[in-house]
Design a protein around this ligand. Sequence first.
Ligand code: AMP
Ligand code: GLY
Length: 430
Amino acid sequence: MNIALIGSGGREHALCQKLYNSDIVTKIFCIPGNAGTAPLAENLDIDFLNFNKLLSTIKFYNISLVVIGPELPLVRGMVDFLKKNKIKVFGPDKYAAQLEGSKAFMKSLCKKYKIPTARFKICKNKEDVTVFLSQCHMPVVVKADGLASGKGVTICQSKKEVRRFSSEIFLGRFKTSKKVILEEFLEGEEASYFLIVDINNFLFIGSAQDHKRVGENETGPNTGGMGAYSPAPIIDKNLEKKIINRIVKPTLKALKVKKHPYTGFLYVGLMIKNNEPYLIEYNVRMGDPECQVIMPRLKTDLVKLLNAAVENKLNEVKIKWSEDKCMAIVLCAKGYPNEYANNKKINLMNIKLTRKSFIFHAGTKIKNNLLFSNGGRILNIVVLGNSFLKIRNLIFKIIKTINWKWGFFRRDIGWRVIEKNENYKRFFKR
Ligand code: AMP
Ligand code: GLY
């Protein structure tokens, strides 16, 4: 069968590799893909948000399944459009995609179904902000309601800051919505829990922890993600039960009641406080870079899984995992997440990878047969192994060999798990 994969990041390269490894696939089309997907698939440089153009491309190439990587096409209703045109597609419809596309939708659902989450208020004006501020302690988290490319959340230490950021959102800083969500700040450890969902079933498809801040020791502005590791040891069986019963099941039920049952990957973003899970966010897709550390651990054929999901037969599959742990460190362009160097040559000729090491491209492109940077997050260096500390040292070695003078990366990815679970002091090497 021919498959189309929508998106162009590290997540899509990791998914593409897995699709490529499947016996059932004839040809993969990445729309638009990146330099990393080019040897595995045919990259088609079309604007996927032009749904009519996408449909004619799908028909022209005889594509039998469309897999959507990023959130924007889901939130814009790509699934509804393709289904209406009788194309098989994996992902949630526009209504269900509001779990990510509107924080007001997600928080209201939590309130209605008593799903544990931070106390909040949906604000439409300054008066609403004043009411919330009179009822809570600092810090307060200010969130834009709609999609904001990872820039819509600010943790504020003073009421003045809360008022300033809220006003910016009311004035239309983010085009997707002018509503503000104010939330109490939750202390704890963050972890992400992933599911693959069909109308009647859901299966666990990995846990991970990522590092969103740009700087070591969790400092500096938020980014799309500087690195991740899987599994997340904080999610044990006991916690998993609470996540499923208190968060996942009520959410899936709520969407079913609305006649928009959820299907696709579901990313449950959690804060764990005293062994209790609180929902921070839902994403209606795999995480990036979490996907890059989950896919290499997955032993089951991804295409079989996706087919089972679109046919509502996930109850007939069992997911098999490698025993290995996995870590990814993101090599970024200097300056990211602010203005960064772009269009810089990268040489990967001397890099020798093994069965357990991978480079998933994110912001890269090919020009005249040479590799160039094309974005802020450039490459994901990914290694499988039995100790996160050893894995991290192997990743450092690969990055050293890449020797890209325009890049930087965080050396402390996995600090929590390494300090807690592994003999950190004895092995620690800078
Ligand atoms: P979100 O887009 O809602 O996931 O927020 C982005 C990041 O902000 C999260 O990954 C957390 O690190 C942080 N954050 C969001 N909401 C809260 C909260 N209520 N308490 C503490 N940190 C938060
Ligand atoms: N790594 C965070 C995200 O994918 O949203």
